[in-house]
Design a protein around this ligand. Structure first.
Ligand SMILES: [Zn+2]
Length: 453
């Protein structure tokens, strides 16, 4: 993990940006992901893409960047969300990237970057460390993946591709009845700042060179739209502020959050940010009071329920956390992450009944997110508690596979194969894992290197 951090810092330096000391990889969060998908799905659909085939990822990185890779993956840095003044600006950037995706202007690299970084689930805090603690060799696997990633963000689009993506963005915004002005104001603001600072500070514009010509062409296109004057809805504006508050609360040091959101600011986003910062600062009692106040105002907010449950869970009160996580799942049953949180709390209470319920939830999580290593880890724990050792071994094989630790995946799949009744679906799955690993030359090479060490 430390090594991955160093690699990212190196990348950042190569891009002439200030070192991104907090760059840590992929950020997962039910609320932020839902907001991003609410904003991007209509745009993907307008571009003629199958919404369910497009994957969006959030990278924990203060620098402003967004890019697409093969396999219909779109990456947004937290920095680009924090720098958006309005949802319309962020949507404009998403629409522009969608233009690259729809026209096949993709970087050479595939989705290796996604696998290269350990996901950090904001609302699971300490939980995610357990998954890695259970996999002592995961660090090595993560590192070797990271080396494959290389310089993913160095891919520069041509002027022609940039112009095409701008025009496509304008088209998608129009098709969804939205203004294309956000992309324009975003570009103008940052071009001004680029000139001011005299440095190429923003990696986004290394990949997306700005020129007056380009801005003029975009201006001409978006200003003729019937929807040019359409403004963001109050709900969308609020949603962006909540998402920004959450990113800052979780990823900045608490003192920074308290400075950005002083007590005099009594808005909901400010109170949200402070509650999260208090939780981060281990001021559990205050955090619970503050989230409790938020919950009183919005008892049906799934994310307030989730956060309250998380703070209770992380202060060792899994049993008390259950009703809040349960409520969050009730309010948003389609969210895999909310269900994962509930499963984690259920397993922690360690009663046979709750573990059984947790297994049911985890299976649902894994239908939606087959490669969620933390869910596989939790499932292995649940099976182990139930005394289902072959199933636990298979789940560990899946977890390792999802993390790219093929050596460990192979070893656990082989052990599961020995114990599972031949021909059952689980036996076949364990067999598939060993076959896939044995057949892939890249994986074979990685495993040979492992053996030599
Ligand atoms: Zn571009």
């Amino acid at each position: 993990m430390r090594l991955v951090g160093a690699l990212i810092t190196l990348l950042a330096l190569c891009l002439f940006t200030p070192a991104n000391s907090w760059a840590q990889g992929i950020v997962r969060d039910a609320e932020i992901e839902a907001a991003v998908r609410d904003w991007s799905d209509p745009i993907f659909a307008a571009a003629g893409l199958r919404v369910e085939d497009v994957h969006t990822h959030l990278l924990n990185d203060r620098s402003m960047n967004a890019f697409v890779t093969r396999g219909q993956n779109m990456f947004l840095h937290t920095g680009i969300i924090l720098n958006a003044k309005k949802p319309n600006e962020l949507k404009g950037v998403i629409a522009h990237e969608t233009g690259h995706m729809a026209d096949g202007h993709l970087s050479r690299q595939d989705d290796a970057i996604k696998k290269a970084m350990r996901p950090m689930i904001l609302t699971m805090g300490l939980g995610i460390l357990a998954a890695v603690a259970g996999a002592p060799d995961a660090g090595a696997a993560i590192m070797s993946k990271a080396q494959e990633v290389g310089m993913v963000t160095f891919f520069a689009h041509s002027r022609v591709q940039e112009a095409a993506a701008d025009q496509a963005a304008a088209k998608y915004m129009e098709a969804t009845g939205q203004s294309g002005r956000g992309l324009l104001t975003f570009f103008e603001r940052f071009r001004f700042q680029e000139v001011l600072s005299g440095a190429k500070r923003y990696p986004y514009f290394l990949n997306h060179p700005l020129s007056s010509e380009r801005i003029n062409a975009l201006q001409n296109r978006v200003s003729t739209s019937t929807y040019f004057a359409v403004a963001d809805s109050p709900e969308d504006l609020h949603k962006l502020e909540m998402v920004q508050a959450k990113i800052i609360g979780f990823l900045e040091p608490p003192q920074t959050t308290f400075n950005l959101y002083p007590k005099t600011n009594t808005s909901l986003p400010a109170r949200y940010a402070r509650a999260i910062a208090n939780h981060q600062a281990a001021s559990t009692k205050i955090a619970l009071e503050q989230i409790g106040d938020l919950l009183q105002e919005e008892p049906d907010n799934p994310y307030f329920n989730e956060l309250y449950g998380q703070v209770l869970f992380e202060s060792g009160r899994a049993e008390k956390a259950l009703p809040y996580h349960r409520r969050a799942v009730e309010l948003r049953p389609q969210s895999a992450l909310l269900r994962l949180n509930l499963s984690q709390a259920l397993i922690a209470t360690d009663t046979p009944e709750n573990i059984k319920i947790a297994v049911g939830h985890l299976k649902k999580v894994l239908v939606r997110e087959t490669g969620n290593s933390f869910a596989w880890y939790e499932l292995s724990v649940a099976y182990e508690r139930q005394g289902k050792m072959p199933q636990a071994k298979l789940a560990t094989a899946e977890q390792s596979y999802a993390m790219g630790d093929y050596f460990r995946a192979q070893s656990f799949a082989q052990r599961a194969l020995m114990d599972l009744p031949q021909g059952t679906p689980e036996w076949r799955r364990a067999n598939d894992i060993t076959l896939v690993i044995a057949a892939d030359p890249n994986i074979r090479r990685q495993m040979a290197q492992r053996r030599r060490r």
